[in-house]
Write a protein that binds this ligand. Structure first.
Ligand code: ADP
Length: 477
């Protein structure tokens, strides 16, 4: 089997490979991927540092052309790359292809942004002086990504980093190196000068830590767990570097008495269970007012009966496997915890076997949960959700906001008054009305509040806040 190597200073290097396993069929090895050492990470950082002066002054047309070529190749290979994604991560083929298309669109968007770089010219408060405000690249950007969006998250960090003239050291999650390797290969062949983008696949505690500890990394963008996010923050403060964190969520989805029942059920099922619930924007707290509660729960049960959990690559599968054994253990532990805490497991929650050995779990819905239970407070990151009964909108909003997190918040209602009030008062970075809590556009800001996020927003033109630093220049006329 071919070994997929790391890219350091424009060369594919590294020997010691690790198997990338398909969670739908653990007998299927997706590929062998090199594991970088701490020294590899240091070499990658040195290469990015050496490449920075030239790349930061490169022409916008050169950057545009490379990003556009990358977008075109990703989009042309969407079926193949989408299949690779589903095979290594376990989301369905439709979701895998959809995410790949999104990655292509992100590169296309930032290819355009290169041509729209602009500053401001402002008169000084003093006579005969002009003030110019410009944006400059930050330097070497460290990119650390999680396993749940193997192509979209790398794309939404790499594309703006390169667009604004930074050089990159990129460490993808150990579980899903395949899509990351593929996009680095595409960017490399699209003509990136050596050292501008370096790939170091491997362990967070080794490769990631070496990035955190380096004084030559000027910015780190991280998506992953709260625990690791805190380490990124502490190390970055120590080095006086910019950092941006996207961490967990415990996103509420409110259903009011006046909701359209089918809209509410579709949005709740999508929020809680699609992508096997493994999205930081997934909803695992479904907060339902008294008047619709019993009808909503019955309709959820009916809808859940129709969900097919199977091999991610099989046509007809709605929900693929959980990503690996340790995540599956976490999910089933929370199901046990929920029962012990007194919530009622109304539907699903059983381990199931399919034709191939994989990590298959029936979506689980608890009822009679309270917002104080651990299943309502801690991120589970699997197809496990709980319904919390409340008396009215005011209580629903209070419960929705009573969480340490604040990424996404949804409501199903036909009341303009409640929808408007909720948009204004939900303590979240993103608010969804009659839509799932997950599922966002690629050209607008993404990010959360409270314990979910730190630093500027990602995606769209707002990405410039993180990937550039502002300079103010004064000139005597
Ligand atoms: P999860 O695996 O639950 O998504 P993690 O925070 O463990 O969340 O992983 C997110 C990313 O952070 C992965 O690429 C992982 O390898 C990396 N990572 C883990 N530990 C460290 C660390 N000590 N320093 C830097 N990166 C790390």
């Amino acid at each position: 089997m071919t070994l997929h190597q790391n890219l350091i200073a424009g060369e594919w290097v590294g020997g010691d490979g690790v198997a990338n396993i398909n969670p739908s069929n653990t007998a299927d090895v997706v590929g062998e991927y090199a594991r970088a050492t701490a020294d590899d990470a240091k070499a990658a950082i040195a290469a990015a540092k050496a490449a920075f002066p030239a790349w930061s002054r490169s022409g916008i047309l050169e950057r545009h052309a490379i990003l556009k070529k990358t977008a075109d190749e990703i989009l042309a290979r969407k079926d193949e790359l989408g299949r690779l994604l589903s095979r290594e991560e376990g989301k369905t083929l439709a979701e895998g292809i959809g995410e790949t298309v999104r990655a292509g669109q992100i590169f296309e968007f930032f290819a355009g942004e290169c041509l729209r770089l602009a500053g401001e010219v402002i008169p000084s408060v003093r006579p005969n002086i002009g003030v110019e405000i410009t944006r400059e690249p930050v330097g070497v950007v460290g990119i650390i990504t999680p396993w749940n969006f193997p192509i979209a998250i790398p794309a939404w960090k790499i594309a703006p980093a390169l667009c604004y003239g930074n050089t990159v050291v990129f460490k993808p999650a150990e579980l899903v190196p395949g899509c990351s390797w593929a996009i680095v290969d595409i960017l490399h062949r699209a003509g990136l000068p050596k050292g501008v983008l370096n790939l170091v696949m491997g362990k967070g505690s080794v490769v990631g830590q070496a990035m955190l500890d380096s004084p030559d990394v000027q910015a780190i963008t991280f998506t992953g767990s709260v625990g690791t996010g805190k380490r990124v923050a502490a190390a970055s403060v120590e080095h006086n570097r910019k950092f941006q964190l996207e961490m967990g969520g415990k996103n509420p989805f409110v259903v009011l008495d006046d909701a359209d029942l089918s809209v509410a059920v579709e949005a709740a099922v999508n929020s809680a269970f699609f992508s096997t619930g493994q999205r930081c924007t997934a909803s695992s707290r479904i907060i339902v007012t008294d008047g619709i509660h019993d009808r909503f729960v019955a309709a959820m049960g009916e809808r859940m009966k129709g969900l097919v959990v199977d091999d991610a690559l099989k046509p007809g599968t709605h929900i693929g496997p959980v990503v690996d054994q340790s995540q599956l253990n976490q999910d089933t532990d929370y199901i046990t915890i929920g029962k012990k805490e007194g919530a009622k497991l109304a539907f699903g929650g059983e381990l199931i076997s399919r034709d191939t050995p994989g990590f298959y779990l029936e979506p689980a819905l608890f009822t009679e949960a309270t917002n104080e239970m651990r299943i309502s407070r801690e991120e589970i990151f699997g197809p496990v959700a709980a319904v919390i009964r409340v008396k009215d909108y005011e209580e629903a909003l209070a419960v929705a906001n009573d969480t340490p997190f604040g990424l996404s918040s949804g409501i199903a209602t036909t009341s303009l008054k409640h929808a408007t009030h909720f948009k204004r008062n939900a303590e979240a970075g993103m608010v969804m009305v009659n839509l799932p809590t997950a599922g966002v556009d690629f050209h607008v800001p993404f990010g959360g509040r409270k314990g979910s996020s730190y630093g500027p927003r990602e995606q769209g033109k707002y990405a410039a806040e993180f990937y550039t630093i502002v300079k103010t220049a004064y000139t005597l006329a």
